[in-house]
Design a protein around this ligand. Structure first.
Ligand SMILES: Nc1nc2c(ncn2[C@@H]2O[C@H](COP(=O)(O)OP(=O)(O)OP(=O)(O)O)[C@@H](O)[C@H]2O)c(=O)[nH]1
Ligand SMILES: [Mg+2]
Length: 355
């Protein structure tokens, strides 16, 4: 999964990016993008690693993209953001970071701190970018439809769909609201519309409000999270041993980074399965929800999918409750699943295959 951190200037995008990935964005002039990876913390994987003691622990990862702030204040800032659009479109989800923190040392976008208005403006910009794409496509299709081509019927259908998309966007609605079927979704997929991408809204609040519910829910987002990016960065820099005590002082059990990761998984529709038991590694893998056992096998290696025989599967909680695999088997908790089995979050799978 790949997510892009977007939002107005100085909203805390890079601070959150550093807190989540442990990497420092180096923004060279004219090259404002930075990529880094979140190793997804997973207590189930930690347990497996401690239990089987393999050589390596391999977490699932999220690729993160940090881009310059989006702004209508100066033409140059607008251009900078627009330059990043092709990279943003390649992502699976958007994390929109807006400012609600008070910090006199940091100039506020449009001279006011208003997270709701910033999100509205950002959404308007995404809609505007999609409208441009739609308008260009409509113009092309209309031109092409004047000529007798073999693809006439298909183009007519696409034009009708694009016009519906245009109407939705002009009504300030996302492209998703115009899509009526899976087939229409497929027709649009190559355009990578911004308002079709799952959105997680992050309201960057002051430290003393970080444990509270978000002040409002962004209507276009799959989830709205309140966190304090500055504090998250401090938490990320702490020794794991000190971290628990620090979090307890704040009245929370997990760093907000974990909430953000979960929200991204849910927004994109991903679940994790785990592999362990060999000497080499304990590993977490992310796959789309509703994936079958053979899809999961293919995630590891195409040979395993091709030679698939059975997926020996146990739910993590069952394995942990039983204590070890032998006891889980004795308790009848280990199932032999076929190709079409729908993999559940937290399944521990050993693939039997023959190549
Ligand atoms: N008080 C406070 N300050 C913050 C918080 N998050 C970020 N800041 C400060 O705000 C300033 C801007 O933060 P960045 O993370 O660089 O913001 P950005 O969104 O990446 O900015 P651009 O890339 O320039 O658009 C820095 O001085 C941060 O220390 C926060 O939660 N609380
Ligand atoms: Mg930045």
């Amino acid at each position: 999964m790949k997510v892009a951190f977007i939002g107005p200037p100085l909203s805390g995008k890079s601070t959150l990016f550093r807190a989540a990935t442990g990497s420092t964005p180096v923004n060279h002039p004219g090259m404002g993008e930075h990529l880094a990876v979140i190793k997804v913390p997973d207590t189930r994987l930690d347990w497996l690693f401690a239990h089987y003691k393999p050589k390596k622990k391999v977490e699932a990862t999220i690729d993160c993209l940090d881009v310059p702030g989006f702004s209508h204040e100066t033409a140059q800032q607008q251009t900078e953001f627009r330059k990043s659009l092709p990279s943003i479109r390649k992502c699976d989800a958007l994390v929109a970071v807006v400012r609600a923190f008070d910090n006199p040392a940091v100039p506020a976008y449009r001279n006011r701190v208003d997270a709701r208005a910033d999100l509205d403006e950002l959404m308007a910009e995404l809609i505007f970018c999609d409208l441009e794409t739609v308008a260009t496509r409509i113009e092309r299709l209309e031109k092409s439809l004047k000529k007798p081509t073999k693809t006439h019927e298909q183009e007519k259908r696409e034009l009708e769909l694009m016009q519906r998309c245009q109407a939705a966007l002009e009504n300030e609605q996302p492209i998703t609201s115009a899509i009526k079927s899976e087939e229409e979704g497929k027709m649009l997929s190559s355009f990578a519309f911004l308002t079709e991408m799952p959105l997680v809204a992050v309201i960057n609040v002051d430290a003393d409000r970080a444990a509270e519910q978000p002040p409002f829910a962004c209507p276009h987002a799959r989830a709205t999270i309140a966190l304090c990016a500055d504090m998250e960065e401090q938490i990320a820099e702490l020794d794991p041993a000190d971290r628990t005590a620090f979090l307890a002082d704040l009245g929370v059990t997990d760093p907000a980074r974990d909430r953000l990761i979960r929200a991204c998984y849910d927004a994109v529709g991903l679940v994790s399965f785990l592999t362990a038991g060999g000497d080499d590694e304990a590993r977490a893998w992310s796959i789309p929800r509703e994936s079958t056992a053979v899809d999961a096998a293919g995630k590891i290696h195409s040979d395993i999918a091709r030679g698939f025989i059975r997926a020996e599967t146990v739910a993590f909680e069952d394995l942990k409750a039983a204590g070890d695999m032998k006891a889980a088997k004795a308790a009848g908790k280990v199932r032999l699943e076929g190709k079409s089995y729908i993999v559940q979050d937290g399944d521990i799978i050993t693939f039997r295959f023959n190549v």
